[in-house]
Ligand binder design. Structure first.
Ligand SMILES: [Zn+2]
Length: 212
């Protein structure tokens, strides 16, 4: 099942058939009921680098372009339904997704359809699956054990008032190092620096919320 079909099932959406024959730029499938591209995307559409070469969209893929919710909001789709969510919920949703197949997209400013790169990456295993986050043009692999380790470390670091920017970049302020030496946790701090540039680490830093 590709992502367009999953979203159609999840939202119980209606598809509208077009009347041209050709190749769908979103999923690459041949179609006899394609919708011309000029009816689907505006002149300032920025996602061309994510698309196949082709001349139309198939009805299923046209559907996911017809509703701006999929671009603007964070969402979760499965055969049991579709829901948008606030990013405060993103962490618990990543760790406890619905029954497979499902797909999770985390929006930040709601401008980029980064799930375009995930058309064939619908999730089938809650412990290891691909998801989309607007800051990344590539699908991101959620590996539950690794993600749990990352989350534990990030929460401990946030408890110590280390900032998300420091965690993401792996570059810590002098006062953070001073604090770490005073508490005898300099090895922990050094360890945190090892994960920079790992997209899953960066996403866990993004979705983690400081414990009360
Ligand atoms: Zn398609």
């Amino acid at each position: 099942m590709n992502l367009s079909k999953l979203l159609l099932i999840a939202t119980n959406g209606d598809i509208k058939k077009g009347d041209i024959t050709g190749t769908c730029v979103v999923c690459g499938a041949e179609t006899e009921s394609g919708i011309p591209l000029k009816k689907m995307v505006s002149d300032n559409f920025t996602g061309w680098n994510c698309l196949f070469s082709g001349n139309c969209m198939c009805p299923e893929c046209a559907f996911i372009f017809s509703d701006q919710t999929f671009r603007r909001r964070s969402w979760l789709a499965s055969e049991n339904g579709f829901k948008t969510f606030k990013n405060d919920e993103a962490c618990s949703i990543l760790f406890s997704p619905p029954a497979s197949p499902f797909f999770i997209h985390i929006a930040k400013i709601g401008q980029k359809q980064t799930w375009l790169r995930c058309m064939n990456s619908v999730a089938n295993n809650p412990n290891q699956y691909w998801f989309s986050h607007e800051n990344y043009d590539i699908p991101i692999l959620f590996e539950k054990n690794k993600a749990q380790l990352y989350l534990d470390m990030v929460l401990a670091a946030l408890d110590m008032k280390i900032t998300k920017t420091e965690l993401r970049t792996g570059e810590f302020k002098p006062k953070t190092w001073t604090m770490a030496y005073e508490k005898g946790c300099q090895d922990f701090l050094r360890g945190l620096g090892k994960f920079k540039r790992d997209p899953l680490w960066e996403v866990i830093v993004d979705v983690a919320r400081r414990r009360e």
